[in-house]
Design a protein around this ligand. Structure first.
Ligand SMILES: [Zn+2]
Length: 638
């Protein structure tokens, strides 16, 4: 036998074991990818994904319906105790008790071997693992849809406090970029499936964690989506947060299979899949889940609701219902062919249990459809104006973004969305009809021959690729916002911006997708915002919230303009009637919205001038929204 000790080995323990005369087999196992006595031994690649156990819903469902789930998240090369990775830092400090809970080390072999700690109400380390896994899952869903790696501003991370305080609440705090999860005692009279007096941890609710994580990401992507300049802005935040949380239910295979069986493949029926934060709802004594998709009890949607629902969660539920309506139709279209094949052409399923193969097929199709529709919903972000968003803008963005990737529209995806929004009375501003062509964003004729210079394209593309090189992202070539500001000034009229006022570049980035023909689709997305300064006679500010102008332009990879989404402010720089009308109606609807809220605000009567001057900002606080009347505290439609 060749003596291994004759060759240097960089692995200390191997060297020792070789000297002790350990046989060849063990030597091979011990020296990964290094020169050993036998020559070079193939190394073992670190796995790309890390499996972690979570509650698919929350502890109240215990082991039923696939509630004990395993999710896979990226295996971060440097995951510290906490867990703390590249994007998320879990800090387990309990302010109410002034106590620190020891941080979990997910790389500990005993934990790795069992795919994360087992779900447990009482082990704070499992709580830390669960918030980390769910937040990462939400981030990955955004990355997939946006076609680029996500990051917080600079090198900052999202801080997550799983036991932040005692109380029936959970919220995102924008200033500190942190998620705060409360815990509380279940209602002693009507705790639902919980024990009276049992401690309920909001950090163990998949839905609450996913919802709050979405708030944080949306806030990162759009600075002004928490400025309530029309009733849809805050509702969009809330609705999207619910949409992400509920769609993630469909990524748990056992949960989905169970529901497909239980509903005989009609997943639009009420069930665990479509309920949001069940334990929280019951534990706070409401006798039901916090919110539910299609909460109309089977009745057709009421278009009038969109006219009068102002509370962000209530109004957000309208968006949720519309999106899921579209999803159900897309899913039915996707399974139609094989249901027909399985039923001898009738398409009508026989009585009784579904056949096992059909369950498998429909489960896969439902999971794919859910991922697909969620991706559609999140990708639309790129096509939204940067300020003052409405549900109508969102519909236009969904339709346009999807048209770019899937022009053939195989499963009536876009028609499903258009019909579902129309049924709820949601229309797009300044669009003459709800035909798909009319809804798609366009490009003003002045921009037909305009493009951004090639070096700006190279820079913005390079800005993403440098990002992948470990440790050098700080050397990334800084983008020159001046060039893009100049572009906006030169084309101000077409972009509906005022060339005589400061134009702020709010963002510029590429996104990479593969279209339905397998071709790489590269888009460059630029956003500009104009905030008229205090003292400017044209500045519109009410209750601490400023009405801004903002424009998003989507460029093709060659620098030509594809689409423009603009929210202008009135002024002589607007030369088209349609632009002027849009600007005037924005101002009118902002003021009407504030008046409407003032009328419904009981505090206002006793409030002082300070409150009055800042009342819109206060109404926009996430913490207050979730703590106040309609919130995590009680179901939206109660
Ligand atoms: Zn929320």
């Amino acid at each position: 036998m060749t003596s291994a000790s004759s060759r240097p080995s960089p692995v200390g323990s191997t060297r020792r074991r070789c000297d002790e005369g350990v046989g060849r087999v063990e030597l091979k196992q011990a020296t990964f990818g290094l020169e050993s006595a036998e020559g070079r031994v193939p190394g073992v690649q670190p796995p790309a994904r890390r499996p972690l156990k979570i509650f698919a819903f929350d502890p109240s469902l215990r082991r039923s319906a696939g509630n004990l789930a395993i999710v896979e998240v990226a295996n971060e090369p440097e995951l510290n105790r906490g867990p703390e990775g590249r994007l998320v830092r879990v800090v387990d400090y309990d302010a109410a008790k002034d106590a620190w809970y020891p941080p979990v080390n997910l790389d500990q072999p005993d934990i790795l071997m069992q795919r994360g700690l087992d779900p447990s109400d009482s082990d704070p380390r499992f709580h830390q693992q669960m918030v980390y896994a769910v937040v990462m899952k939400v981030i990955e869903n955004f990355e997939r849809a946006l076609g680029r790696p996500f990051r917080w501003r600079g090198t900052s991370k999202l801080t997550v406090l799983p036991h932040a305080f005692e109380g029936e609440n959970a919220f995102y705090h924008p200033e500190t970029r942190s998620l705060h999860f409360g815990y509380f005692t279940a209602d002693p009279q009507d705790p639902g499936p919980n024990l009276p007096g049992q401690t309920i941890f909001t950090c163990l609710s998949h839905d609450i964690v996913a919802h709050e994580a979405t708030h944080a990401i949306v806030d990162r992507l759009r600075d002004y989506f928490n400025a309530p300049t029309n009733p849809d802005v805050l509702a969009f935040h809330e609705g999207l947060a619910d949409i992400v949380a509920i769609f993630q239910h469909f990524s748990f295979p056992e949960v989905l299979r169970h529901e497909i069986r239980a509903t005989r493949a009609d997943i639009s029926q009420p069930g665990a899949l479509l309920r949001l934060a069940q334990q929280f709802g019951y534990a706070t004594g409401s006798g039901r889940a916090l919110r539910e998709v299609n909460d109309t009890g089977g009745a057709p949607p009421e278009p009038g609701l969109y006219q009068h629902a102002l509370e962000p969660h209530d109004r957000g539920s309208i968006l949720v219902a519309a999106v899921f309506d579209a999803f159900f139709r897309i899913y039915r279209n996707r399974i139609r062919d094989f249901v027909r094949a399985a039923t001898g052409g009738s398409g009508i399923l026989p009585e009784g249990e579904l056949q096992a193969d059909l369950v498998t097929l429909t489960t896969k199709e439902a999971a794919d459809a859910a991922q697909d529709v969620l991706t559609m919903c999140l990708r639309a972000f790129e096509y939204l104006p940067p300020v003052d968003v409405t549900f109508g803008d969102y519909l236009r963005a969904i339709v346009t973004a999807d048209f770019e990737l899937n022009p053939r529209d195989e499963f009536e995806r876009r028609a499903s969305f258009i019909d579902a929004f129309r049924a709820r009375g949601i229309f797009a501003p300044s669009v003459s009809s709800l035909a798909e062509e009319a809804l798609r964003l366009d490009r003003p004729a002045e921009l037909d021959t305009v493009s951004i210079p090639p070096d700006m394209i190279t820079d913005v593309l390079a800005s993403q690729f440098d990002f992948f090189q470990e440790g050098v992202h700080h050397r990334r070539r800084a983008l020159d916002p001046m060039g893009l500001a100049d572009f906006a000034r030169t084309n101000a009229e077409a972009l509906q911006l005022d060339p005589d006022r400061k134009i702020q570049v709010e963002g510029f980035h590429p996104s990479f997708h593969v279209d339905e023909n397998g071709q790489l689709l590269v888009e460059l997305v630029a956003r500009w915002v104009q905030t008229y300064p205090p003292g400017d006679p044209e500045r519109i500010e009410v209750g601490g919230v400023v009405l801004r102008a903002g424009t998003t332009a989507v460029f093709a990879a060659d620098g030509t303009v594809r689409y423009v989404a603009a929210r202008p402010l009135p002024g002589k720089h607007l030369t088209y009637d349609t632009h002027r009308d849009l600007a005037t109606s924005r101002v009118k609807s902002f003021k009407a919205y504030v008046d409407d809220l003032d009328e419904r605000d009981p505090i206002r009567i006793w409030a002082d001038n300070k409150y009055h001057a800042q009342r819109m900002t206060r109404r926009a606080s996430f913490a207050a929204a979730h703590r106040g009347q309609p919130s995590w505290r009680r179901p939206a439609h109660a």
